[in-house]
Design a protein around this ligand. Structure first.
Ligand code: COI
Length: 356
């Protein structure tokens, strides 16, 4: 494995005090990881350096054509003081899936995981310990050739930055209000919907902005062809509990293969519940709501964890789900996932990875 050079900051920043509010993604730690790729040389020069601005040419390709991918993961301060990552190998594998689609060279997944663990270890004092807090980790890769021409880049940078965070939504674990998007679509099969690439999030901004103006937290996307089948929510995968079946849209190329989604499915199956990955239309959800069979709805994601949906608006159809309160399955999934992540529950499935 390549040696990671470490240059520690001479000007450590003031860390948030315990109990200070931690807005999501606005406070950054003292250091970051960087590594370069050059055609013919491969990935090289891995280093951990003080966090700060990077120099890019205005012609850097990522700024023009969006050749960029990212991941979202968290480090947790367990109740016994250990520092835990949650299924980091899944993030690294997904990063390579995104890389493949975006013509970005594959990374060495094991090396990248160890590099992240080393960065987290250096930043250990930044990991908050308050209820519901963690260190959010953002690995990303950008193509930076100075070239205003549409081609895969031959010089890229892989970076990892970290921020201490609290809940992603101000609602915390209180149910969010979601708006079913009728006019805009996020992705289509054959496109990039299954990757974590900047463009997917750029495509969501307009709808998100309009939803927020109407006091909705996020939008629920429908498929880009028939505008009928449910895809995902802005920053989360989505689940519906209809009667005794937990249903989540199947992965068919246009939605993200969430690691929290995958973990929820595995936990639900472990509990012996009926979990189905299939196409589910908004009509089916609305009909289930009308007939009292829609028991719960929730989103899942690294940033959002489990986010109950209390209110769904589809045109004039307003669905109040579980009286706008968190349901038992959402609560139990949240407690189980976070229980494993914070080391409060035994990690029977071997999902955590300790940082030393
Ligand atoms: C995550 O859940 O980690 C994400 O990447 C969503 C994000 C856009 C905040």
């Amino acid at each position: 494995m390549q040696e990671i050079r470490v240059e520690l900051t001479k000007n450590p920043k003031k860390k948030p005090a315990p109990g200070d509010p931690l807005p999501f993604g606005r406070i950054f730690t003292d250091h970051m990881f960087m590594m370069d790729y050059d055609l013919g040389q491969g990935w090289h020069d891995p280093r951990i350096v003080p966090y700060g601005p990077i120099e890019l040419e205005p012609s850097a390709m990522c700024l023009h054509y969006g050749q960029s991918v990212f991941e979202g993961m968290k480090a947790y301060r367990a109740v016994d003081g250990r520092i835990l990552l949650f299924r980091p190998e899944k993030n690294m594998a997904r990063l390579n899936v995104s890389n493949e689609r975006l013509c970005i060279p594959q990374i060495d997944e094991e090396f990248a995981k160890e590099a992240i663990a080393k960065l987290v270890s250096i930043e250990r004092d930044w990991i908050p310990s308050g209820e519901g807090t963690s260190l959010y980790i953002r690995p990303f890769i950008i193509g930076v050739d100075p070239h205003v021409g549409v081609h895969p880049a031959s010089h890229l940078i892989f970076m990892v930055i970290c921020c201490p965070v609290g809940a992603y939504y101000p609602e915390g674990l209180n149910p969010v209000k979601i708006y079913v998007e009728k006019n805009y679509v996020r992705a289509v099969r054959g496109g990039m919907g299954y990757t974590k690439t900047a463009g997917n999030y750029a495509a969501s901004l307009k709808a998100q902005d309009e939803a927020e103006k109407q006091e909705y937290t996020q939008v629920l996307w429908l498929d880009g062809v028939e505008r009928k089948y449910i895809e995902e929510v802005g920053t989360m995968n989505v689940f519906f509990v209809i009667d005794d079946e937990v249903i989540t849209p199947a992965l068919q190329g246009s939605i993200l293969s969430g690691i929290t989604r995958m973990s929820c499915i595995e936990i639900l199956k472990h509990w012996g519940m009926k979990v189905t990955e299939r196409r589910i239309s908004i009509d089916e959800v609305a009909e289930a709501a009308r007939t009292g069979r829609l028991k719960e709805a929730f989103g899942s994601g690294t940033a959002a964890v489990i986010s109950p949906i209390g209110h769904l608006k589809w045109g004039d159809d307003i669905m109040e789900i579980n009286n706008g309160e968190i349901g038992p399955i959402s609560q139990k999934l949240y407690d189980t996932l976070t229980g494993i992540q914070w080391g409060k529950l035994p990690d029977e499935l071997n999902w955590t990875y300790e940082v030393h």
